[in-house]
Design a protein around this ligand. Sequence first.
Ligand code: TF8
Length: 339
Amino acid sequence: MTLFRRTLIAATAAAALATPFTASWAQDIKPRIIRFGYGLNEISNQGRATKLFAEEVEKASGGKMKVRAIGAAALGSDLQMQQALIGGAQEMMVGSTATLVGITKEMAIWDTPFLFDNAKEADVVLDGPVGQRVMDKLQEKGLVGLVYWENGFRNLTNNKRAVTKLEDMDGIKLRVMQNNVFIDSFKTLGANAVPLPFSELFTALETKTVDGQENPYNTILSSKFYEVQKYLTVTNHVYSPWIVLVSKKYWDGLSKAEQKVLLDAAKKSRDFERQDTRAEADKALADLKAKGMQINQLSPAETNRMREKLATVNAGIATNVGEDLWKETQAAVVRARAG
Ligand code: TF8
């Protein structure tokens, strides 16, 4: 063996040790550009986790797979991006499960008011068999779900009045997501529910087309809703997941190794995102107060009244998603609560 050849072999072996790939693994990963769209802005929890996802994909693919992250709904609203993924015109996105109900009706299970009491329960159920079952339903519609991220517990803001009791909801023109459970829920509470895409929300609030909206603290902060909203009521009326999606057309064209790169990076982004979101949420209320919002806590008695009123939408959700899934979810929540 020549010295040159020996050096070459040694160098190749060193390179193989330095990166987690065997030669065949590396061949299975091709140069790819993945357009990943999301609705919030870059400085949001959604933006930060997308950035981490992009870095992880690049690292794990030895720089071959590049994620082009495109925020602020520049590729369209959640609904538009979902269609682009189904058609194969866009590779990936993250968005609310609530905006998927028109495609996969089972997603409405996550819109059940007061389904989870805390984030730990949400993690257990979303990452468990029920979460997987609902996610798998997307495949027949041309979408592949990878992981759930936390959007979070939703709270109410508006410009009309401080909402401290159920009756205060009366006649408030409230933007809701494009989702029947949300429309029903807020009609039930006495509000005038107006479905709008998130990308139109800030302007709708600014121009007073609507009086209010509901979203987790993180979004109220990162989307600067405090600039156009006076009152915030801590309602925690529902927990919203986000879901990271891949176009099935695109996914099916990837090698096993490439799919693994995306799934592993998605899991890392999920763990980071939940931690980051919770840390931000913990101090967001103080931040929003400092920005001039008037914060109201609902008394436990008023929360109960709201909870009871909203329980009337549950039957509709159960019928819609199927009694089986409804019962399975309730059982999973009970188990998560116990353990
Ligand atoms: C909403 C949602 C949004 C998300 C985001 C655009 O109110 O909570 O924050 O769908 O991905 O529309």
